[in-house]
Design a binder for this molecule. Sequence first.
Ligand code: G5P
Ligand code: MG
Length: 225
Amino acid sequence: MSGNLFRAIIMGAAGSGKGTIANRIVKDFGLKHLSSGDLLRAQMIAKTAAGMEAKKFIDQGALVPDGLMVELISSELKKMSDVSWLLDGFPRTLYQAEALQEREPVNAVVNLNVPFEIIIGRVKDRWVHLPSGRIYNTEFSPPKVPGKDDVTGEDLVQRDDDKPETVRARLESYEKITRPVLEFYKKKGILMEFTGKYSNEIWPHVHKHLANLTPALQYTDYGKG
Ligand code: G5P
Ligand code: MG
């Protein structure tokens, strides 16, 4: 670990619960959360050139080209050089993993392994607050007022890429393109895999693992939240 800074990554297929678990990690361990998907969606809302380019790929359930992705993430990481962070959804290709490793070696990688049939069942119930990235699920974690964000009261939306055929393309891309990234981190001895059907079942194990790695950062009790 460089100084007291901790650099972690959360990986897992589309809808495996990265955002859900990342929010709990951030709350309990005080890491700064950077989600590549939230970053891209913000660029799309702002209709930046990067956002318009990314949209062509995201709508197909395909990965955004490496060059664009590395550039976007690098400029965010520059702003986070003096804090401990958790990356969610990046890296997703070997090229991205190597680019990150050169820039900023990672301390821990958490991979969520959730059966694909469970994912397909839950993603159709997902609603999000796009400006903040807050995630809801009408079955698992409904908003207090149906269709409205708990904090701002603004409308929730369903993601364009949550259509069943697009989710299937995203799951395939994870298997083909992102699995080698897990091997990359396994060889470095920093990968920890967590298997289960439910985030509440997986979370206490993730909490325990991170608490062992980061005793100095831990400031809440075991696996709450
Ligand atoms: P994203 O935004 O990174 P994905 O596909 O990796 O998208 P996603 O869909 O955001 O991942 P997640 O964060 O893993 O899923 O899952 P989540 O949102 O926490 O949970 C999914 C739903 O299930 C939610 O409604 C949640 O409430 C619910 N849930 C959680 N746990 C449970 C449970 O136990 N039970 C139940 N019933 N429900 C539960 O990337 C989007 C696109 O951007 C591009 C790609 O095109 C990608 O497809 N992109 C990149 N391209 C290239 N390189 C990169 N690094 C890229 N990053 C993003
Ligand atoms: Mg997410």
